[in-house]
Design a protein around this ligand. Sequence first.
Ligand SMILES: Cn1cncc1C[C@H](NC(=O)CCN)C(=O)O
Ligand SMILES: [Zn+2]
Ligand SMILES: [Zn+2]
Length: 527
Amino acid sequence: MPAVFVAGDREVSSAEAAHGISRPLSARHHLPFLAFLLLLDGGMFSPSSPPTGLLEKVFQYIDLHQDEFVQTLKEWVAVESDSVQPVLRLRRELLRMMGLAAERLRLLGARVDSVDAGFQQLPDGQSLPIPPIILAELGDDPKKPTVCFYGHLDVQPARQEDGWVTDPYTLTEVDGKLYGRGTTDNKGPVLAWINAVSTFRALDEDLPVNVKFVIEGMEEAGSPALEELVQKEKAGFFSSVDYIVISDNLWISRRTPALTYGVRGNSYFMVEVKCRDQDFHSGTFGGILNEPMADLVALLGSLVDSSGRILIPGIYDHVAPVTEEEKRTYEAINLDLEEYRKSSQVKKFLFDTKEELLMHLWRYPSLSIHGIEGAFHEPGAKTVIPGRVIGKFSIRLVPHMNMSVVEKQVKQHLDYIFSKRNSSNQMTVSMTLGLHPWTANTRDNQYLAAKRAIKTVFGTEPDMIRDGSTIPIAKIFQDTIQKSVMMLPLGAVDDGEHSQNEKINRWNYIEGSKLFAAFFLEMAKLH
Ligand SMILES: Cn1cncc1C[C@H](NC(=O)CCN)C(=O)O
Ligand SMILES: [Zn+2]
Ligand SMILES: [Zn+2]
């Protein structure tokens, strides 16, 4: 999603100063009190009820060492760990990236396993190495909860010519914004978690929780190999995991932190219409053929109406009904619809209220038409009849839709529309991707701990949000390990993930590191 959600009414210009966005040497943490606490020996407190003093010490350490944390992010951003373009040079960069991360974790004192993930088979018959998946752990105290963090260090492609103001692989700070590919998605959040852990180590303080890491390098390419590893390590690495935290999405606001309790799934379809494998000249064949493109356009045109409603019979049958209680959760979200609309450069959305808009992004399915392979899409006026075309569309899935039912409904619908055309062409429909939606129980302990940590660090309640896009590993973790999964995003809505000029605010990165540290302490208290 482009970076355009804006919770406008909380945008106070003085907020930047109050939060110290460029150098947050915390106006909020009282320095005399801090000095006093620094005189205390952390060891005098029992680890089961960590003193508030420890937190202050941790926060001060993070503030004082923030330039080092930014420096490490700079070193990580400098690695062009693009997993999307399947070329050997970039795979080598990915291997180097995973190596840097493994080394960083070993320096922390973690036990690090770089698990070989085999090869990726490409459609052209070529194969490329998949970077190893890092499984790391720090601490195995049976009295403490074990929190496992999932993150990825691969990035989307980026070239300065595409409209970057700065070199995408040279982290550049402008007005408290750290620009660079991967700063917010997902190197910054991975490092924030590491910063939080390293702060306890540097202060010679006992870690409040046992920490595990799952860090991969192929998320942007659909995480091949990850599901298999999770299944394989279910009774191994994951057997001691109590909670899973993912920090791979964004707030819905520029200033208000969020907790995410759901993402949509996705089922991706290809519909091929074929007359023959070669194109035709429309002067010599036009008028005597069923044209594949005409069939395909009719098929694609039958999927969704102009109000956004999906026209596939039965598709809404299993969608969870909206409850009054649920409606109130959307009302509670602070979102300036008008500002969102303007910053998206859209004349009018399909829905006029914040609640309707959020529900259609988060809890109703949507159908998008992505493209047509084989179509003549270049500029100019070629008089071709494409011989074979493939339409691509996908349906974002929500609870409690059933993926295989959806697949049947789509195929049946397309069969029906196609049969009505009486075309002599061949139509083939396939579902090429099936990613399940995920929702969490927000009454889980870790949501409570995260809310308290957010209150401590940001002085506010989080927006409780869902996300319209898909993070397939969430549902896989939940089903395989059968433990609570939580999404705790750090980045702001305008960070521009996948886009030009991706950034993370220094404030989000540093306060985010504090947030993870505070979260560890809250988790320990709840356990
Ligand atoms: C690859 N793919 C195909 N269908 C869904 C996806 C995942 C993709 N995921 C994201 O963008 C993560 C956002 N934080 C998406 O939702 O489109
Ligand atoms: Zn990501
Ligand atoms: Zn991404």
